[in-house]
Design a protein. Structure first.
Length: 1038
């Protein structure tokens, strides 16, 4: 049986490009010195002749001198950093190269286009495989390079699909090596693709591995069929000629930062959402002015999607140089979004402007055309409106006149090519019911409206669709997690035990809900007595100290498991300051007066009239922005921040993994806040929300607006993570079954040191022991990071530390698969054996009397626990998975046995799915199956057969008549002789050479005839033995 190779994957990829209309050439055929050579030297990365011919064809009105000068300008891109060179090239690719020259005695300028975006077939489309580049004595040969008009715009690196040690990570590292050693190839690079045959992802020269993303659709409407290879979907979805040119022209941005440029390309969900949004906007201008709503979940790049939309819309011919008005409901959100657009202003072909006040806004909107204007909704108040002493229910301080329809906004512009882009388009955000929608319409009667949101529109909300229209595109939590764009969010309830009467404890009730929206000052004016009473309970000195101690203990244990950041959300500025003081009293070394130093900070606004002890925490806008940069930098010591309202929306910190909520929150505000912890970062497996006020009800209520599959990915009880951890732990203990590593914990220093090599020897003696261990220890580390500081996680911390010591030794002595050393710093920093417990804070599930599962894989104790476990469906699923994993392991050695067990498992699960038996009965069936599997492992010993001989014995025993005729003794003899014969005749490539396979079949049949195996069953037995032999020979021949 022929195996899949890297060459097979490369050949398939080339065929998919060919289907798209690309020409295909083999690198060695066009190498320097060859008859069909297309470059003078291996250091040349441009296909110069194709490039020159293409420019002449694309720019027919320009002279040869102008074309030559454009090529010279392109070749003179020489910045010390290749990322800057790449940025300059991208500008040329999108805008053309400006050439100054003399014409008829006068100086003129012309743009030389590198790509013909108007006529696809006027371009030269080519893919070259095995393209060797030599630079500074480095010889490198990328698997495939995509050329357009001779420009190497894409690099594709593949890894062998059949080699479990050749991973997509290795392909990424290969790209990184190319960037370092043959950087000239990447001056022109727009996209890099990596694939191991199973996964396929694309990224830019700035993308780390976590930011290489899949492409999941061929047409942008439907997900790709499940059976299609990911690489085929990516190639046909992204490299479709029209789509690829569109991506490069409209969907690549360089975010300009002090530390350098970051190049980003739209993901498939962003690209297709923008296409739909542009189409709906153009239609809306001629129709009802409602361009629709784009719902892209938190963390999936919504701000960039808005940026791509704006960048493409301003160039749309139908829009005739439109004015874009970007609308938010808070100043800090306006600043954040404005910052994103400003950093990517090249895509807009203009610099966005932020309206400073109402008069400035009116001035900006009275232009004849063009402009990208940022403002808050509050600036659309009529001139005569004055603040009311009775704010609206949202707490945003509207005038009474507005609510009654007395104030009118003056006409600012009646142009039809004005588009209002609302960020977080919700009734509760913009209070359309309270009149702002009318004010917008009064000011801009012919404008079109489009909304972008990270949370779904509430089912009861009728006014938001009335303003914006229906959903144009949806990218939900579930899909984002599947794509690796975001991570799941776990939930842990920790209710502080207060020495207060029950009626004095803060509770989430209707009164409480009334103070969950709006700015603190507005809330005080609105419900001063209620707010003060609840704030006093939450901020009681004893309670604050209790919460402070618990946060310190909890977060320190989190940092032991995974490096990163934490955020505390307090109810009021007073509580935030007091909580800071209580924490610093416990950890004085966390404090620093310098903004760029210290572990803990409070981020809040204020004024000189605030109490003196608050002043150190009150910073101006510039200092707050700098502090935000420090918090985003995972190398800074600033690890923990206390906020009230700031940084809860639109503030991305990928390394943020834990949020402590001590503030009543609800609806989309709650969902937006908790999504701060769902960003992808290195090997972070998820975010954790720690609840000190009992917001579980509000979380469930907020999630009710989402689909069922989304609800399964947010607010996951931390007990699920604990269950996963214990499952992985028992698998690891199973690997070490028969090896006593307890001296590592209780022995002398010398005994501890001796345990490590002995453990390594034991692992390496096991069948596939090294690979199995490396995978499980990686899974164990990630699960521990999610589960800590649960007491069951802490109870096994010592043993996890031992497994990591073994892993470190294994990495030093052998090169194993799985997690790479450079990522270890975020998995387990230090796992120490301190006994930690908190009697002052209780877990809500423990308080409710719910038992947390303690699973031991396939042990009798585990089987007994499963039988008695109250959550039968969860127990069934865990047991099914464990058995299935064991079957997969067995299938690598014993074909017949694994098939038998797989059939039994499938039959049992099918009965359950068909409701023929209940979950409890399925568990009993699976327990019986688990015991049979355990007994099966002992059969070889009882029969006097090795593991290899037993596998062939089982292959022969499938024939009942053979067993009756020959008996066990003869079948054992046949198995012995088959193993000897096959071992003597096997070589590395016997499975792909038909003559050797034929010889092997003859030898097998000869042995069967020799022992009188029933003739009518010999052919089937021979086939089964051959299949089993191939499995065994993968090990023997290796």
């Amino acid at each position: 049986m022929a195996g899949m190779t890297e060459s097979d994957l490369e050949e398939a990829a080339l065929s998919w490009f060919q289907e798209l209309g690309y020409s295909i050439l083999h690198g060695p055929d066009i190498a320097p010195g060859e008859l069909l050579s297309e470059r003078a030297s291996y250091s040349d990365t441009l296909l110069t002749s194709r490039f020159h011919s293409s420019l002449t064809k694309i720019n027919p009105t320009l002279s040869a001198e102008v074309i030559d000068e454009a090529i010279r300008i392109l070749n003179r891109i020489e910045h010390p950093y290749f990322s800057a060179n790449n940025h300059r090239f991208h500008q040329f690719l999108v805008n053309g190269i400006l050439v100054e020259h003399q014409k008829d005695g006068r100086a003129v300028t012309d743009y030389v286009s590198l790509i013909d975006s108007g006529n696809l077939e006027n371009n030269d489309w080519l893919v070259v495989n095995q393209f060797t580049v030599i630079e500074n004595n480095h010889h490198r040969r990328p698997d495939m390079v995509v050329f357009i008009n001779g420009l190497p715009l894409g690099v594709i690196e593949l890894k062998n699909p059949a080699d479990e040690n050749a991973t997509i990570r290795d392909a990424f590292k290969q790209i990184e090596t190319y960037k370092a050693e043959i950087s000239s190839l990447f001056i022109y690079n727009e996209v890099n693709v990596i694939s191991d045959g199973t996964e396929a992802k694309a990224g830019t020269i700035s993308s780390n591995l976590e930011r290489f993303m899949p492409w999941k659709t061929l047409d942008g409407i439907n997900p790709a069929p499940a059976g299609l290879p990911q690489l085929e979907v990516l190639i046909k979805g992204m490299f479709n000629k029209e789509r690829f040119l569109d991506l490069m022209r409209h969907f690549v941005v360089f975010e300009l930062h002090e530390k350098g440029n970051i190049k980003k390309m739209a993901g498939y969900h962003q690209y297709h959402a923008v296409q739909k949004a542009i189409e709906s906007t153009v239609s809306a201008i001629k129709g009802d002015k409602r361009a629709g709503i784009v719902w892209h979940t938190q963390g999936s790049g919504k701000s960039l999607t808005m940026m791509f939309y704006a960048g493409k819309l301003v160039l749309h011919p139908t829009m005739a140089n439109p004015t874009l008005l970007v609308l938010t409901d808070r100043n800090d959100l306006d600043d954040q979004l404005f910052g994103t657009f400003s950093a990517c202003h090249e895509l807009l072909r203009q610099t966005p402007v932020q309206a400073g006040n109402r008069s400035h806004l009116r001035e900006l909107l009275k232009v004849a055309s063009g402009g990208v204007v940022f403002t808050t909704i509050q600036k659309f108040m009529p001139p005569e409106a004055v603040p009311s002493s009775q704010p609206s229910p949202s707490g945003r301080g509207r005038s009474e006149a507005e609510g009654e329809g007395e104030g009118r906004m003056p006409l600012l512009s009646d142009r039809r090519n004005i588009v209002v882009i609302a960020d977080e388009a919700h009734r509760s955000q913009y209070d359309f019911m309270d009149g702002f929608a009318r004010h917008l319409r009064d000011a801009l009667p012919n404008a079109s409206f489009i909304g972008f949101t990270a949370t779904p529109i509430e089912k009861s909300d009728r006014s938001t669709p009335a303003v914006f229209g229906n959903y144009v595109d949806v990218y939900d939590i579930h899909q984002a997690i599947l794509d690796g764009a975001t991570l799941p969010i776990y939930y842990e309830a920790r209710l502080a035990k207060l020495d207060l009467k029950e009626e004095e404890k803060p509770k989430i009730d209707p009164e409480f809900e009334e103070v969950t929206e709006g700015e603190e000052e507005s809330v005080k004016k609105k419900l001063k007595s209620r707010w003060a009473r609840i704030e006093a309970l939450v901020g009681a000195e004893k309670r604050v100290h209790l919460v402070a101690k618990d946060i310190v203990d909890h977060f320190e244990k989190r940092l032991e498991a995974i490096d990163g950041k934490g955020m505390i959300v307090g109810m009021s500025r007073r509580i935030c300051v007091n909580l800071y003081n209580a924490i610093i009293a416990l950890r004085p070394n966390w404090e620093s007066a310098d903004d760029d130093k210290g572990f803990l900070k409070v981020v809040m606004t204020g004024s000189a009239t605030d109490p003196v002890n608050w002043q150190r925490h009150i910073r101006n806008k510039e200092r707050r922005e700098k502090l935000g940069d420090y918090f985003k930098d995972d190398k800074k010591t600033f690890k923990l921040v206390i906020v009230r309202d700031m940084w809860l929306t639109g503030f991305d910190v990928p390394s943020l993994h834990t949020m402590y909520i001590d503030k009543p929150m609800k609806d989309h505000s709650l969902m937006q806040a908790i999504a701060r912890v769902n960003r992808v970062f290195k090997d972070k497996q998820g975010g954790l929300i720690v609840d000190y006020l009992g917001i579980a009800h509000e979380l469930k209520k907020a999630l009710s607006e989402y689909s069922e599959r989304d609800r399964d990915q947010a607010g996951i009880p931390q007990e699920v993570a604990v269950g996963i951890l214990l499952e992985k732990f028992e698998i690891m203990k199973g690997i070490f079954h028969g090896f006593d590593y307890q001296p590592f914990f209780r022995g002398t220093a010398a005994e501890r040191v001796r345990v490590i090599p002995a453990a390594l020897d034991f692992l390496l003696s096991l069948q596939d022991g090294k690979n199995r261990f490396m995978k499980v220890v990686t899974d164990l580390s990630r699960a521990f990071a999610l589960a800590v500081p649960n007491e069951k996680a802490l109870a096994i911390r010592e043993e996890i530390g031992f497994f990591h010591a073994i892993r470190a030794a294994l990495v030093k002595n052998t090169e194993g698969p799985g997690q790479h050393p450079e990522d270890l710093d975020t998995s387990i920093q230090q796992i120490v054996s301190r006994a930690v417990s908190s009697e002052q804070v209780i877990d809500i599930f423990s308080a409710a009397g719910l038992k947390k599962p303690d699973l031991s894989i396939l042990s009798e104790e585990f089987l007994a626990e499963v039988r008695d476990y109250p959550h039968k469906n969860l127990a069934l699923e865990l047991l099914r998975k464990l058995i299935n994993d064991e079957i997969k392991l067995t299938s690598k050695r014993n074909l017949v046995q694994s098939r038998s067990f797989a059939e039994m498992l499938e039959k049992t699960i099918l009965q359950y799915h068909n409701r023929a038996i209940e979950a409890a009965e399925v568990i009993e069936e699976l327990i019986r199956l688990a015991r049979e599997m355990k007994d099966a492992h002992k059969r070889g010993e009882n029969l006097g057969l090795s593991e290899d001989e037993l596998a062939l014995y089982d292959a022969l025993e499938t024939n009942d008549s053979a067993v009756k005729v020959l008996g066990d003794d003869t079948l054992r003899e046949i198995a012995h002789e088959l193993v000897r014969t096959i071992r003597q005749n096997v070589n590395i490539d016997w499975t792909v050479k038909e003559n050797i396979r034929a010889k092997m079949r003859t030898l097998v049949k000869r042995i069967l005839r020799k022992y009188g195996y029933p003739p009518d069953k010999q052919e089937k037995a021979t086939q089964t033995v051959m299949e089993q032999a191939e499995l065994l020979c993968k090990d023997w021949a290796g």
